[in-house]
Design a protein around this ligand. Structure first.
Ligand code: 5AD
Ligand code: SF4
Length: 461
């Protein structure tokens, strides 16, 4: 694997500056997962590095960039809708540069569609193009022609990218890129390429600088963090990396996503149990509770193996909580398969579920599987899944009343004069408090819950 280092592109910066009387403004919007949000932060960093300013208003922008997601069809339709709405802006301001990047742009049929039907889109590049953005912009401006890159994948990791983080106290930290698992429903391996881990020393350096800058919650990112380290020269696994990061002194907590159950080990559970900095909450996407469907999904674990790990974690980590991703209506899912998913949800007692109706992704193996179940049936199953989950989680959440917990205050609550704080277990509590607490830890006495939202009041430290 090739490791590259970002370098400031002064030549392109000068070319770009020569086209504007004052520093141009960029509007960047990221769709989809945290990985993509983190890429958006790097895009902003690179743009600032070459002299752009940032704006939150489409009308003010000289450059509009949509950093897109391809994981479900709905996300793609939204992007096309939002890009379509820019046509009017471009008519008003022909100098406006419109760009589409990220996962959608890693698919040839999407690039072809943008090329043919969206003539006002000036710039298209995939997930690996961020460090080359200055050169692409300079090229677009000097040649006056659209710059549309066909999808390709670079087997490289680029270090020392400039970054403008969205938050001053919560940060995303990618430890690896890409995915090798080829779950049959998933487009990610095709758009984000093969799995590449960052060097532990590079992860540690970024982590240390985040802690030193006052970041309180750092979420390690990867499509499958449990296979971290594969392909690196030194033998290191995800638990080793967690132990290494926890040697950094400071007041912070570490989360991570996403764990693949097939690679989540007892060693990982033991590490979570042993390290105070690691949140006692595990996001372990199961996708389905039916062994038959798991096989069709190419997930490489059985329900029994999954439950085994859950039981081990419950035994080793007091008060551990779980969340999961579940796909409803995978091709060929029967009522019996779906019942098995409901059973599993009751057994694990997830605190939170992220649920998705199966979305057919062209190019994946599942896209060719017969899928006789109607959308209405799938929607009805989804409804039943959500009701089952609420019946499992709400009483557990309500039963937390009476506890005093430490929370990281994330922002204003929905009701005036309240704040939202996130517990170690990823639940949120709303409590009355002053805004200057945002970004700090607070001690909160839980008094009750409204559905999945806890309510409480500040406790004396
Ligand atoms: N349809 C529906 N959900 C999907 N996911 C991934 N691909 C699809 C798809 N084609 C879900 C999985 C994954 C989460 C990030 O998105 O549950 O864990
Ligand atoms: Fe997709 Fe499976 Fe990789 Fe997750 S692990 S990104 S679901 S292929």
């Amino acid at each position: 694997m090739e490791k590259l280092t970002y370098t400031h592109d002064e030549a392109s910066a000068r070319v770009i500056a020569s086209f504007y009387d004052s520093p141009p403004l960029a509007y960047v919007h990221s769709y989809g997962c945290q990985q993509n949000v983190n890429d958006g932060e790097k895009i902003r960093g690179v743009l600032l590095d070459i002299g752009f300013g940032l704006c939150e208003n489409l009308e003010q922008a000289d450059l509009i960039l949509f950093n897109t997601c391809a994981v479900r069809e709905h996300a793609e339709q939204r992007v096309f809708g939002n890009v379509g709405a820019l046509k009017k802006l471009k008519e008003k301001n022909p100098r406006l540069i419109i760009g589409v990047c990220g996962c959608m742009a890693q698919q040839q049929h999407i690039v072809d569609k943008l090329r043919a039907s969206y003539p006002y889109v000036d710039l298209v590049f995939g997930v690996d193009g961020i460090d080359r953005l200055p050169a692409m912009l300079a090229e677009r401006l000097t040649r006056g022609k659209r710059y549309l890159e066909n999808p390709h994948q670079r087997d490289a990791v680029v270090e020392e990218m400039p970054i403008r983080r969205d938050s001053g106290f919560r940060a995303w930290l990618p430890i690896m890129y890409g995915c090798d698992n080829f779950c049959t429903y998933c487009i990610v391996p095709y758009v984000r390429g093969r799995e590449r881990s960052r060097e532990p020393a590079d992860v540690l350096a970024e982590f240390r600088s985040l802690v030193e800058s006052g970041y309180k919650e750092i979420t390690l990112l990867g499509q499958n963090v449990n296979s971290y380290g594969k392909g690196l020269a030194q033998p290191v696994d995800f638990s080793d990396l967690l132990n290494l990061l926890c040697t950094v002194p400071g007041e912070y907590q570490i989360r991570f996503m996403t764990s693949h159950p097939k690679d989540a080990s007892r060693k990982l559970i033991d590490t979570i149990a042993a390290q105070d900095h690691l949140c006692k909450h595990i996001h372990l996407p199961v996708q389905s509770g039916s062994d038959r469907i798991l096989k069709e999904m190419n997930r490489h674990y059985t329900v029994e193996q999954y439950l085994d790990l859950i039981h081990y974690a419950k035994e080793k980590i007091p008060d551990v909580t779980f969340s999961s991703d579940i796909i409803v209506g995978f091709p060929g899912e029967t009522e019996e398969d779906f019942q098995a998913t409901l059973d599993l949800v009751r057994k694990v007692e997830y605190m939170q579920l992220f649920t998705f109706i199966y979305s057919k992704r062209n190019g994946t193996i599942a896209a060719k599987m017969p899928d006789p179940t109607t959308h209405a049936e799938k929607a009805a199953r989804m409804d039943r899944l959500l009701k089952t989950q609420d019946a499992v989680a709400f009483p557990k959440i309500a039963a937390m009343a009476g506890q005093t917990v430490r929370v990281l205050v994330e922002g204003a609550g929905r009701n005036a004069g309240t704040l939202n704080g996130r517990l170690d277990n990823n639940l949120v509590v709303e409590f009355p408090g002053e805004e200057d607490l945002i970004g700090h830890y607070a001690s909160v006495h839980l008094t009750g819950a409204r559905a999945a939202l806890l309510v409480g009041e500040q406790a004396a430290e």
